[in-house]
Design a protein around this ligand. Structure first.
Ligand SMILES: [Zn+2]
Ligand SMILES: [Zn+2]
Length: 268
């Protein structure tokens, strides 16, 4: 059984203190075979993630870990972009110079406002709708491999305004997933919601996974979105179970932005 962790942060992200080498060691202890680091990056000076990433340091750490752990762990260089459908030229200019294996695209802000604040200041369903519309814009034009944590907004609403009902947003979710399939963009099972006692479910839900599959979507990655070494690969088993339940037969990995391996979902 080949286990993959395709969403992990280190101290190259503004909100993590995790040491990359330590994350790799813990990944090996947990039986993970391949890890893709996906530290935050933004070209927008108004966003909190701006200005933290130093690509020379990031890539030298990745190279060091690739060499050091080559017998036990495959290490990939990914990146998680904030709103990559905006300022596309600026993103392209930077990213085209780099040997990136994998790009995750995320909506973390709407009109440069953090999601939590955006939700707090609006009526619940209006905020969810606006969030999904932003995700639709992202998936319609951004140059990414996989859409991160598709229904992330619920993280910022469960404790105050509550979770959303799939049936209330079926139309926009359908449009997002149809566009992803059309543009060969994958989705991820992000298990950080399972690690959060208030959320208690993955991003996205099983219904969304099933809809993506139903619309012809095949490209699926799994990641914990962990910001600590000791939580690497958290709830990986649960994610694989979800993938099986949604009838996915494979989990994907990437090399230099190409789908390079189809891994059978264990148990199928
Ligand atoms: Zn994110
Ligand atoms: Zn992340």
């Amino acid at each position: 059984m080949y286990l993959t962790e395709y969403h992990h942060h280190t101290d190259n992200s503004i909100d993590s203190k995790a040491n990359m080498e330590e994350v790799c060691k813990q990944a090996i202890v947990k039986g993970i075979d391949e890890i893709c680091f996906t530290d935050h990056y933004s070209v927008n000076p108004k966003l909190p993630t701006y200005g933290h990433m130093d690509f020379d340091i990031y890539f030298s750490q990745i190279k060091y870990c690739q060499d050091k752990f080559k017998d036990d762990l495959t290490v990939k260089a990914g990146i998680e972009l904030c709103e990559p459908h905006l300022m596309q030229e600026e993103y392209h200019e930077v990213l085209s110079q780099l040997e990136i294996d994998f790009i995750l695209g995320s909506v973390h802000n709407i009109n440069e406002e953090k999601l939590r604040k955006f939700m707090n200041e609006r009526e619940k369903n209006e905020a969810y709708q606006k969030y999904f519309e932003e995700v639709y814009s992202l998936v319609s034009s951004a140059d990414i491999d996989v859409l991160a944590h598709l229904d992330l907004m619920k993280r910022y609403a469960v404790q105050t305004k509550g979770n959303y009902a799939f049936t209330d947003f079926q139309e926009i979710l359908h449009a997002i997933l149809e566009k992803a399939v059309e543009r060969d963009i994958g989705i991820e099972i992000n298990t950080s919601g399972l690690s959060n006692e208030h959320v208690g479910e993955a991003f996205p839900t099983r219904e969304i996974l099933k809809l993506y599959k139903h619309l012809g979507g095949e490209i699926l990655t799994i990641g914990s979105d962990s910001h600590h070494a000791h939580t690497v690969g958290n709830h990986l088993e649960g994610a694989l179970q979800m993938a099986r339940q949604a009838e996915f037969t494979h989990v994907y990995t990437f090399t230099k932005r190409k789908l390079n391996r189809l891994l059978a979902v264990p148990g199928t």
